[in-house]
Design a protein around this ligand. Structure first.
Ligand code: TXA
Ligand code: MG
Length: 356
């Protein structure tokens, strides 16, 4: 049965939503979440990238429930979240020098490393494959949970398969309402886009998914890192299991247009036939300190996002969620610059726009 919680969300009586301070999580909430995890339950929790749908990483039954709740195909592996490099090494069959180098610089933080998995890792976590993806998040709530549990936490983004990732608790509740046991609400996520995934098994570390850690920052520490946007884009190559072409998509169809003028024209045209249309444009000129802005003309809801890749990423999913919730049938998005600094955002937009 649905009821309203203290924050005004309609929630099912079997799912608790608890507000937790993002910087200083209170011990009682952390202990409650760990109790849920220990009995095989699912907890939505904040990370610095997006909200995760967490369970004990070494509990095959709980992992199976995560796959079922998400509607995720079984061959799409999950990331195991650990406190530090030492805990990650226990789950790895081999720990290459590049893994140490990257972990020492970027952990805790939004970088995921793919290594060969140790025999103790359940096959179901790895999607049946030979590897495991590991990351040590920096968000204090995520860290407190991992520390109190004393074990790794498996967590995909807390959305349904191919849906939009949640950067606020409400985005996760909307998609998973009543199917998880507890939601820890710590407000908006800082990065707003998922972690960068790097496979460190080969001679050269290879970026499988661009994300919150920029490629240029990786290159400073591992100059031979390989990244090919075309390869990641390609339907055939598909370098990582779970990197489906259509992913991160709003319910509305998403259309990419070159330049603010054409995007505005196309949104106007569509509004004449479709009714309400969403429009996402880039702030004109160079970066400023304004947060995202809003304007509404006729049946076009326009959102202006910052012309800075990190700040754009922080607002992207929240903006798409908001336009979806407003009931738009189409969202026209001005293409972002064709520049490596924008590759993570460009990747998510291309996948969200993909029909298959
Ligand atoms: O920021 C993030 O990474 C968030 C937060 C919650 O940590 N998690 C997240 O998980 O985005 P998920 O499951 O939505 O995406 C994980 C991606 C998969 O799509 C897959 O491409 C890659 O990580 N991945 C996971 N395990 C892998 C493996 N063993 N080998 C290669 N890629 C893997
Ligand atoms: Mg995801």
């Amino acid at each position: 049965m649905a009821s309203l919680n203290a924050a005004g969300y309609a929630v099912s009586s079997s799912m608790r939503v608890v507000s937790v301070d993002a910087c200083r999580p209170d011990a009682a909430s952390v202990v409650e979440a760990v109790r849920v995890l220990r009995r095989g339950g699912l907890v939505v929790f904040p990370t610095e990238t997006v909200y995760g749908l967490g369970c004990r990483a070494l509990d095959p039954a709980a992992i199976a429930r995560v796959f079922a709740v998400k509607g995720r195909p079984p061959h799409h592996p999950l990331i195991a979240h650990v406190g530090a490099e030492a805990a990650a090494r226990e789950l790895a069959a081999e720990w290459p020098a590049a893994a140490s180098r990257l972990a020492r610089v970027f952990w805790p933080g939004p970088l995921t490393l793919v290594v060969a998995r140790a025999p103790l890792v359940p096959a179901v976590l790895a999607g049946g494959g030979p590897s495991i993806a590991l990351r040590a998040p920096v968000h204090p709530v995520a860290r407190a949970l991992i520390e109190e549990l004393g074990e790794p936490i498996a967590a995909p983004s807390a959305n349904r398969y191919q849906g939009l990732s949640p950067t606020r608790a409400l985005h996760a509740i909307k998609q998973l309402e009543g199917e998880v046991d507890l939601v820890l609400d710590s407000g908006p996520c800082d990065a707003g886009i998922e972690s960068t995934v790097v496979d460190v098994r080969g001679a050269c570390p290879r970026v499988l998914r661009p994300g919150a850690v920029p490629i240029a920052a990786l290159r400073v520490h591992v100059p031979n890192v390989e990244f090919s946007a075309e390869e990641i884009e390609s339907k055939e190559a598909r370098p990582a299991p779970g990197m489906d072409r259509r992913h991160y998509a709003p319910r509305a169809s998403l259309l990419l247009e070159e330049g603010a003028g054409p995007a505005r024209n196309s949104a106007g045209e569509l509004a004449r036939t479709h009714g309400l249309v969403g429009l996402v444009t880039l702030e004109p000129g160079h970066a400023s300190n304004d947060p995202s802005r809003t304007s509404c003309s006729h049946a076009v809801l326009e959102r202006v996002l910052p012309r800075d890749p990190q700040r754009y990423a922080r607002h992207l999913y929240a903006t798409l969620h908001e336009l979806d919730d407003a009931g738009v049938r189409t969202i026209v998005v001005e293409r972002v610059p064709d520049d490596e600094a924008w590759c993570a955002v460009a990747d998510r937009l291309a996948r969200a726009a993909s029909k298959s």
